[in-house]
Each structure stands twice: as structure tokens, then as C-alpha cells.
Design a binder for this molecule. Structure first.
Ligand SMILES: O=P(O)(O)OP(=O)(O)OP(=O)(O)OC[C@H]1O[C@@H](n2cnc3c(O)ncnc32)[C@H](O)[C@@H]1O
Ligand SMILES: [Mg+2]
Length: 471
């Protein structure tokens, strides 16, 4: 018997899907978990980086006196398993072997697929093992680089997740009888993946399959834990402990889960700069909330007083957003995101639209803009059905020498007959959300962010950005 903990490592929260299975199958084992959310996703990084980061996590786990290490990350397994195994004298397990073995046993049609990160697909680790075991099995490998950012941002229940899963899995529909979830993050999207692939396709969870191997290995080396009272699992993250706790608490069903933030590398991880092309600090704060835990340092034009003022002279949201993002990216050489947004009222043919900010004159107050709009609608749109509108936003991410990434989002509603509510800004007090009776200025800050055009666009950006940067 050996009651030392088992160490789990992952690029973020994905390895929790393996831990969940461990807690179910082997309740006498204690867990030490390290997730490198700050540097996730690993899947689009190069081999040397993945190897270095994995070793940092291995050394962290060794400092906690673990009896075994489980690389609960397919990307780390594909790149670093052999190296780590060779150099340590405790057992080290990856997640690829077990998933590959399971699919060979379970497929009937011999048409199977694996979805994984780009690095795992590139490594051909699944292909190699499956072909060695059964040359007649035909494996299709598909990289789904948008899945990990989606899970890391805890967006699994949001409508964007369904859309991303549908779009990503389209090439596999109707072609296979078994699908390996070749990234430990993916079981968190399992209901959506199953719905998209159809009930007849069996999903193989590599992580869950791995727990059987942990059990076999512990028995073989006589290091299983014994039944005891005080088992204290410990979780560490390099990212935001609150997000980690939210995902882990829900997924593992543990109420008082202990999560600590750690700084893994001696030399700080390279923080990437993201310039938001605005002087509006409110917008910068929204970016900061989402991106600083992903290893970005957020700057605005206020940090670069020497940069020119950029006039919004285009006649479309995209035109203005490009003008801001591309001009600043060209001058600074950095990653820049620009956005342009506004309120589009149907009966006014989409006005005030791109002119929302200056609707009532060159430098109007929000009140002046709102009263002009109410005045315009007073004569033409008396009934609520004629007062439909939507907020629109277009985000453009730009880097010199790269085709820009463009993201749009809408937030539908209607125009009220009088302002209502204290929160928000701009036209919020006269924007009735959806078909309801509350204006955007009556929603609490978090709720507005969850629904709004800007909130939706920022979350889409968070999912699209890593794979765009990698192109
Ligand atoms: O271009 P920057 O410097 O970022 O600042 P801006 O005020 O022009 O910012 P936008 O182009 O994004 O927005 C234009 C106007 O649209 C309105 N607007 C945009 N989003 C809104 C929201 O969430 N709630 C209420 N009004 C909004 C508001 O009147 C804004 O001044
Ligand atoms: Mg504007």
C-alpha cells in the first residue's frame, strides 16, 4: 500500500475529466492536480514549448511527493511521454494508449475517427498505435482547435459552443461508428458532440479509459491507496482560480474544492501584448476580464500617447473596426483588436447604426442621442411591433502581414417609449431586451455581458483567436 497522492497534469481544466473517472473508480486515491490554463491551449504550440511546459508541471508534481504521474493531456502525452517516462523512476502514464486500444476493440465498421488538438494530430500518435494493433482499422484525424478555448472559458452551456461543435465536426458526420475524444477537454463537450454525431456513434473517452490502466499499474507496483478517512485532493492552476473552481466544482461535484494559483516557470511566461484600439477604459476592462488569464497583457491607445487619433470615416461597422485595428497594428507591429458598434433600428433602415455615437451632433450626450431617436420614432413607429432594433458589434483582430479576423454579433430587442434604468451606457435605457419589458440599463453588469452583442463577440474572439494566430 502507498498513500502518497497521484499527480495529474494538463494544459488546463481538461484533465479533470480523467480525475472524475478516478474518483469514481478508485476512491482510495488522493489527487494532486496541476493545470496550466494560463498557457493553454497547448495544441497550437510547438514541440519544444510543449516539452518545456510539461517538464515544469512534472517537476511541480514531484515536489509534492507523488507516487505516479498521469499526463492527463493528449498533447503532452504525444510530445513528452517517452521523454518523461525515460527519466523518472516512478510510473508515468499517458492518455493515448488506452483510447487507441479501446477504439480497436469497440469498432464494428472499422471506420473510426479521432478529434484532437493540432499538435496531437501532427504527432500521429493515435494513428501509429491503432495501425500497430489493427491495420484494417481506418482512422480519420481531425483537429478541433476551437474546443479547448471554449472549455477553458467555461462556455460549454452557451449557444456559441453548439455552433462551434457543429461547424468543427461537419467533416466527420455519417462517416464513422466510433469517435475518440483525443483531448481530455472534449468530454466536457460530450452532450454537444454526441448530439452532432448522432446516437449511433460511440464516443470513446481516452481519459476515462486511462483510469483502468492506473488501476492495473498500481496493483502491479503494489502502490494502491488504502481505505482511510482523510483524503484531501489538491488542485493548482496557473490561470484564474475562480474559473477553475467553477468548472472543477461542477464537474467533480465537490463543494469545498481547494484551488490554489501557482506560478510555474522561474522565468515568467512570455506575456503577449494585446492592444485594444480604443481610448475607452470601460472596453479595456471587459477585455482584461477575459484575456488576462490567458496570458495577455491588455493595453489601450491611452498607453501609446504618440499614436494618431483614428477617425471612424468608413460607412460600415467592419470598415471602421478595420480602420482602427489595421492602422494601429501596422504602426506598432503588435496584435490589435478594434471594434465598432451601434444601435440599428429597423424602421429607420438601420440608423443610427455606424453613426450611433454622433447621432444628435458632433459631440452629443447620451440623453441627446436618445431623445433624438425617441423623437424620430414618435411619429413613425407607434406600435411596439414597429419598434424592433438590434445592437451590432464588429470586432477585427489584426497583425501585420496577416489577413484580419472579423467577428460579428447582434443583440435583438425593441426601442422603449421612454428611458428606464440606471446602469449601462449609451442607448441602454431605451433598449428593451428581446421581447421582454426590461431595458439593457436595468440588467446587472454580468447579465448584460452574458447577452450583449459585445459579450457575445468577445467570447467568440476568445475561441477563434488561438487558431487564427496559429495560421
Ligand atoms: O470607437 P471608440 O473609441 O471605441 O468609442 P465609441 O463610443 O465610438 O464606441 P462604439 O463605436 O463601439 O459605439 C458607438 C456608440 O454606439 C452605442 N453603443 C454601442 N454599444 C452599446 C451598448 O452596449 N449599450 C448602449 N449603447 C451602445 C453608444 O452610443 C456608442 O457611443
Ligand atoms: Mg464607433
Amino acid at each position: 500500500m502507498d498513500n502518497r497522492p497521484i499527480g495529474f497534469l494538463d494544459s488546463g481544466v481538461g484533465g479533470l475529466t480523467v480525475v472524475k473517472e478516478l474518483l469514481r473508480q478508485l476512491p482510495n486515491e488522493e489527487v494532486i492536480y496541476i493545470g496550466d490554463s494560463k498557457r493553454a491551449p497547448y495544441g497550437s504550440r510547438n514541440k519544444d514549448e510543449i516539452l518545456a511546459f510539461t517538464w515544469e508541471m512534472v517537476n511541480f508534481l514531484l515536489s509534492k511527493n507523488v507516487k505516479m504521474i498521469v499526463m492527463a493531456c493528449n498533447t503532452a502525452t504525444a510530445v513528452a511521454l517517452e521523454d518523461v517516462k525515460e527519466k523518472l523512476d516512478i510510473p508515468v502514464l499517458g492518455v493515448i494508449q488506452a483510447g487507441a486500444s479501446a477504439v480497436v476493440q469497440k469498432t464494428r465498421s472499422k471506420q473510426v475517427a479521432v478529434i484532437a488538438t493540432e499538435a496531437t494530430v501532427k504527432s500521429s500518435a493515435y494513428k501509429d498505435i491503432i495501425h500497430r494493433k489493427s491495420p484494417s482499422v481506418e482512422l480519420t484525424s481531425l483537429a478541433c482547435p476551437k474546443f479547448v478555448p471554449l472549455v477553458e472559458a467555461n462556455m460549454m452551456a452557451m449557444p456559441e459552443a453548439k455552433a462551434v461543435v457543429k461547424e468543427s465536426l461537419a467533416p466527420l458526420k455519417g462517416k464513422v461508428d466510433s469517435l475518440i475524444l483525443g483531448c481530455t477537454h472534449y468530454p466536457l463537450l460530450k452532450p454537444l458532440i454526441q448530439e452532432e454525431m448522432g446516437p449511433e456513434v460511440q464516443l470513446i473517452d481516452s481519459g476515462a479509459e486511462t483510469v483502468r490502466d492506473i488501476s492495473v499499474l498500481s496493483n502491479y507496483f503494489l502502490i494502491s491507496g488504502s481505505e482511510r478517512e482523510a483524503i484531501q485532493h489538491r488542485f493548482y492552476t496557473t490561470g484564474d482560480p475562480a474559473t477553475f473552481k467553477a468548472i472543477a466544482g461542477q464537474w467533480l461535484n465537490i463543494d469545498d474544492i481547494k484551488v490554489e494559483e501557482v506560478d510555474l516557470s522561474q522565468s515568467q511566461p512570455k506575456t503577449k501584448t494585446l492592444i485594444v484600439a480604443t481610448r475607452n477604459q470601460g472596453k479595456a476592462r471587459e477585455f482584461e476580464a477575459l484575456f488576462s488569464d490567458r496570458g495577455y497583457s491588455i493595453k489601450t491607445l491611452n498607453d501609446y500617447p504618440e499614436l494618431p487619433e483614428i477617425e471612424e470615416t468608413a460607412d460600415s461597422f467592419e470598415g471602421n473596426a478595420r480602420l482602427k485595428a489595421e492602422t494601429i497594428a501596422e504602426i506598432t507591429g503588435e496584435l490589435v483588436v478594434g471594434d465598432d458598434s451601434g444601435l440599428c433600428v429597423d424602421v429607420l433602415g438601420g440608423l443610427p447604426g455606424v453613426w450611433s455615437h454622433r447621432f444628435a451632433g458632433p459631440d452629443p450626450t447620451d440623453e441627446q442621442n436618445m431623445s433624438k431617436l425617441l423623437h424620430e420614432l414618435a411619429s413613425t413607429a407607434l406600435i411596439p411591433e414597429r419598434r424592433t432594433a438590434h445592437f451590432h458589434t464588429t470586432l477585427v483582430a489584426s497583425m501585420p502581414g496577416k489577413e484580419s479576423l472579423v467577428i460579428d454579433a447582434d443583440w435583438p430587442g425593441r426601442i422603449a417609449t421612454a428611458p428606464k434604468g440606471e446602469d449601462g451606457f449609451g442607448y441602454d435605457p431605451i433598449f428593451l431586451v428581446g421581447n421582454g419589458d426590461l431595458t439593457a440599463a436595468e440588467l446587472p453588469f454580468e447579465e448584460k455581458n452574458e447577452q450583449s452583442h459585445r459579450g457575445q463577440a468577445l467570447r467568440k474572439l476568445m475561441v477563434e483567436l488561438p487558431s487564427w494566430l496559429d495560421k
